[in-house]
Design a protein around this ligand. Structure first.
Ligand code: NDP
Ligand code: 2IT
Length: 446
């Protein structure tokens, strides 16, 4: 079996040289899915995973725009249309200087499996730009978004490809891009999700990823007759996912010890309560400041420059910032300090070595494609509401989100039960694969 897997990895690697993040994502899936394919005749000999690992289409384009000093800037824009077997391409846009094809292909590949897990009819895609929104004025952001959409608009559509937010893309950027799409097409359609509620957005979409991570984490704990109540939680990030993960943890009676940004993390020994979280939300979403400013407002807290929060003792860890932010030594530290459960809010935040340690130690570990699927799931519900030309209440959307997270948890159990230990990585990979593979087989050689 090892040989079949390594042959497959070499073949994919030969076509995708210098794409380490993409290969990391493909390798993890291959290790779980290839043994399943070998045991199941309908998939065997169809090169089905090889087909899934090849994007249906990759679009790359120039984004020229004028900054506030009237200088011309050039960035690169992308859309990776990975898989449309079960629905139109769906996935976020990331604006960050680290964006390249390897990063977007890993995200689009993960998205294909994640979207399949949601039970909703969405294919996989991802896009973005190496544009750095940090320090840019509001008008610079608007000009960039307009220029980006001036090319992207011809590749997307409500039945073709429906982007949304990701790192560096929130409601402000979605607004500017939606406005430009509407001008270019002269059509008001649900072409993006994460829209404002008064112009086609869904209630709960801003909260959905963070809430979903916590619903999934709670499910894992309940399955072990445990809960989040009174647990110490360490969170990385202080953006959209981290903020609402923190909020839901507080609703469920947990204590939040840390949050972070790319400069370092803050530790509050008294816990970050709802009032302090409101300060962080205002700091990050309105003032667009840095997390260190928390320590000026709350002097009992401490800032650890350039550090990640994984050496802070906790029972639950929720990495909600970015890929590969939690490595082997962090995993060892977490376990040593009493951590029993990890829920990935970000996409691929734990390195393969860290995951191996969690699984070896039989720690509850939720991979992002399962635990952070709540965001895209509510995007799917936003698309459904747009098609109906109708809006559901907050409570209705939240209930549907909870049901979807429970269903994903159940799918992971169905495919990942190893003599009582739930291997959520294996469960999510196989469950996500089956639906996409079945659709592709039914549709001929595609
Ligand atoms: P935001 O842009 O709102 O926040 C990102 C946070 O992560 C910020 O605190 C940012 O710090 C930090 N961060 C970003 N890059 C790095 C880095 N290279 N090193 C350290 N810290 C970093 O993004 P989101 O909260 O939306 O996304 C966070 C993660 O969740 C991503 O992995 C994303 O793919 C994933 N995700 C998002 C979903 C969504 O609906 N938004 C859905 C599912 C997954 P700083 O401000 O200093 O850059
Ligand atoms: O990684 C993700 O699932 C997202 N950034 C959300 C995608 C979406 O289409 O809502």
């Amino acid at each position: 079996m090892k040989e079949i897997i390594s042959q497959f990895i070499s073949e994919v690697n030969a076509r995708n040289k210098n794409e380490p993040e993409f290969m990391q994502a493909v390798t993890e899936v291959a290790e779980n899915v290839i043994p399943y394919i070998v045991q199941n005749d309908i998939y065997y000999g169809q090169n089905i995973l090889l087909r899934i690992a090849e994007p249906e289409r990759v679009i790359s384009f120039r984004v020229a725009w004028i900054d506030d000093k009237e200088e011309i800037q050039v960035n690169r824009g992308y859309r990776v249309e990975m898989n449309s077997a079960i629905g139109p391409y769906k996935g976020g846009l990331r604006f960050h200087p680290s964006v390249n094809l390897s990063v977007l292909k890993f995200l689009a590949f993960e998205q294909t499996f994640k979207n399949s897990l949601t039970t909703l009819p969405m294919g996989g895609g991802k896009g973005g730009s190496d544009f750095d929104p940090k320090g840019k004025s509001d008008t610079e952001i608007m000009r960039f978004c307009q220029s980006f959409m001036t090319e992207l608009f011809r590749h997307i559509g409500p039945n073709r490809d429906i982007p949304a937010g990701d790192i560096g893309v929130g409601s402000r950027e979605i607004g500017y891009m939606f406005g430009q799409y509407k001008r270019l097409k002269n059509e008001f359609t649900g072409v993006l999700t994460g829209k404002g509620v008064s112009w086609g957005g869904s209630l709960i979409r801003p909260e959905a990823t963070g809430y979903g991570v916590v619903y999934f984490t709670q499910e894992m704990l309940v399955n072990k007759d445990n809960s989040l109540k009174d647990k110490k939680v360490v969170i990385s990030g202080s953006g959209n996912v981290a903020q609402y993960a923190a909020e839901k943890c507080l609703h469920l009676g947990a204590k939040i010890c840390t949050m972070s940004d790319s400069s370092g993390y803050i530790y509050d020994p008294e816990g970050i309560n709802l009032e302090k979280l409101a300060f962080i939300m205002d700091l990050k979403n309105v003032k667009r400041g840095r997390i260190i400013e928390y320590t000026n407002k709350y002097p009992n807290s401490e800032f650890f420059k350039g550090k990640k929060p994984w050496d802070v003792p906790c029972q639950i860890a929720l990495p909600c910032a970015t890929q590969n932010e939690l490595g082997k030594y962090d995993a060892q530290n977490l376990i040593k300090n009493g951590c029993i459960c990890i829920g990935e809010g970000a996409n691929m935040p734990c390195s393969p070595e860290a995951i191996e340690i969690f699984l070896k130690n039989k720690i509850l570990f939720a991979p992002g494609k399962a635990s952070n699927a709540g965001g895209v799931a509510v995007s799917g519900l936003e698309m459904a509401q747009n098609s109906l030309r109708y809006s559901w209440s907050r409570d209705e959307v939240d209930k549907r989100l909870q049901t979807i997270m429970k269903d994903i948890h159940q799918s992971c159990i169905s495919f990942g039960n190893e003599k009582g230990f739930i291997n959520y990585v294996k469960g999510a990979n196989i469950a996500g694969f089956v639906k996409v593979a079945d659709a592709m087989l039914a549709q001929g050689v595609v």
